[in-house]
Design a protein around this ligand. Structure first.
Ligand code: FRU
Length: 497
């Protein structure tokens, strides 16, 4: 197998060549979903940051476009966001042709090397051709550095409730809020987070938006917040907060605050490979979903994974849903529905009794390198339920539910090439239960080198990558101590030709 055949995902976005990290500046406009990303075209490790660009009509099939933003004399172009300025509040376009406004962090390497600490500031650029080409604003930076070493990753939101543009950005151990009428002049409102949430590392890539609570007319404000290191299974990961925003200050919901303390943070994804994720802007133009994508890697080993031509892929785009689970707010995720358009064939089994180790399906029936699998587990006892993808080279990726000790897990310790980093497979990853259950709904997406598992309607998610010596050939289930049933098993073969 060539590296291309073996490791490049079938339906997760990867750049054709070069290094990629965070997703940036995602917006929807005129039938296209736009994805930008931290990009270094000249190497497969991090370097002078550009914004790469790709577009899609359905969030699944992406077309790479020319690089959108290049570093310049003011610095590298770090992470940020983009909005469609429909009312032309910035004056950069017109009502007939609204400008797209991107805000990004200028990272000034010269200042950093000179030992100064104020090297990060925010700049904007505008596009009058739907994000294809960009003009940087001549008066950049538009938010100057207030003498903070970490001051980056501005995320713009149109706050329709208070009729203002908002920016949230990451400032070390907190986030800072700004507001504006015209996207050019920004006023500091407040900060948030010093004394709440996980603080095992620096805060990065925030996002902030109102969300309807599922099944109600109430809404809450949600903050996504990435930290590196300090994730629940080591390295980088993304937590979230739920509360209220009065137009100036974000206040955490009381019960949520207790949950955060008790669980040491609530996480969008407990696996090790979903970082710096944020949401699409201007989606209300389509159907109001909250759409999210993350970088499917981890700073612990991202620059060492065994691909040469390109490095890193994005997660499957996900719809976020805010659930009120008996007074506890949970941000759940599910793969976008557009993936269903790629189902080539479906295998169904209504009920499978598991009393011994069983191969559920193999490569002769299904190509397990592009598959979506769903099932429901019934009658779960204090026992361990283990599933696996494996091949004849004895590579295996195991995952499941340990109901004896109350956690979900992924075990990639024997998944193939793990030697490139000591931190890649030194331990299994775990996610806590939010509450007890004896039925569990499971949904899995496998794309050659990644597994994304959505438990209980996406209330607990685990995403991890792996690098097998050859494609996985079997999907199996291990025996538990007590017999149990897998119900409504659906195996969807996906096809992307
Ligand atoms: C997160 C991050 C951001 C920064 C970017 C640089 O992964 O560290 O905070 O803007 O990557 O590439």
């Amino acid at each position: 197998y060539t590296e291309e055949e073996l490791y490049r995902p079938n339906f997760h976005f990867t750049p054709k060549k070069g290094w990629m990290n965070d997703p940036n500046g995602m917006f929807y406009y005129n039938g296209y979903y736009h994805l930008f990303y931290q990009y270094y075209p000249d190497s497969n490790v991090w370097g002078p940051m550009h914004w790469g660009h790709a577009i899609s009509t359905d969030l699944i099939t992406w077309t790479e476009k020319p690089i959108a933003l290049y570093p310049d004399e003011k610095g590298y172009i770090f992470s940020g966001s983009a909005v469609v300025d429909i009312k032309n509040t910035s004056g950069f376009g017109s009502l007939e042709n609204p400008p797209i406004i991107a805000m990004f962090t200028y990272h000034d390497m010269k200042k950093e090397k000179a030992g100064e600490s104020n090297y990060q500031s925010q700049g904007i650029a505008y596009s009058l051709d739907e994000g294809l080409t960009w003009t940087k604003y001549e008066a950049n930076p538009i938010i100057k550095n207030p003498n903070l070493k970490d001051f980056r990753d501005p995320k713009i939101t149109w706050d329709a409730i208070h009729q203002q543009w908002l920016v949230v950005l990451a400032a070390g151990d907190k986030t800072m809020f700004y507001r504006s009428k015209n996207l050019k002049n920004w006023e500091l409102l407040s900060d948030f987070g010093k004394d709440i949430g996980a603080h095992g590392g620096v805060w990065e890539c925030p996002d902030f938006f109102p969300m309807l609570v599922e099944g109600t007319d109430d809404y809450k404000w949600v903050m996504l917040l990435s930290i590196n290191p300090g994730g629940p299974n080591g390295g980088s990961a993304t937590q979230y907060f739920v509360g209220d925003f009065d137009g100036k200050t974000f206040t955490i919901d009381d019960t949520f605050s207790k949950d955060v303390k008790q669980q040491n943070g609530l996480w969008i994804d407990y696996g090790r490979d979903n970082y710096a994720g944020v949401t699409w802007s201007n989606i209300s133009e389509v159907d109001g979903r909250k759409l999210f994508i993350g970088w499917m890697s981890n700073w612990q080993y991202a620059q060492k994974v065994p691909t040469e031509t390109w490095r890193s892929s994005m997660t499957i785009p996900r719809e976020l849903v805010l659930v009120n689970d008996g007074g506890h707010y949970i941000v759940s995720s599910k793969p976008v529905k557009e993936l269903q358009n790629y189902i080539a064939k479906t295998i169904k089994k209504e009920s499978l009794k598991i009393d011994k180790e069983t191969v559920i399906t193999d490569q002769s029936l299904v190509d397990l390198s592009k598959v979506e699998i769903r099932f429901t587990l019934k009658d779960l006892k204090k026992d361990v339920y283990t599933f696996s993808f494996s091949n004849k080279s004895t590579n295996t990726i195991q995952f499941g539910i340990n109901k004896k000790d109350n956690y979900f897990f992924i075990d990639r310790t024997k998944s193939g090439n793990t030697a490139f980093s000591d931190l890649f497979a030194h331990t299994i990853s775990k996610a806590p239960f939010t509450k007890d259950f004896n039925t569990m709904e499971v949904r899995i997406i496998v794309d050659k080198t990644s597994i994304e598992i959505f438990y209980n309607n996406g209330k607990t998610v685990m995403t991890e990558i792996f690098f097998p010596d050859k494609p996985m050939e079997y999907f199996s289930v291990s025996k538990a101590n007590t017999e149990y049933t897998i119900e409504n098993l659906i195996i969807n073969q996906l096809n992307f030709n």
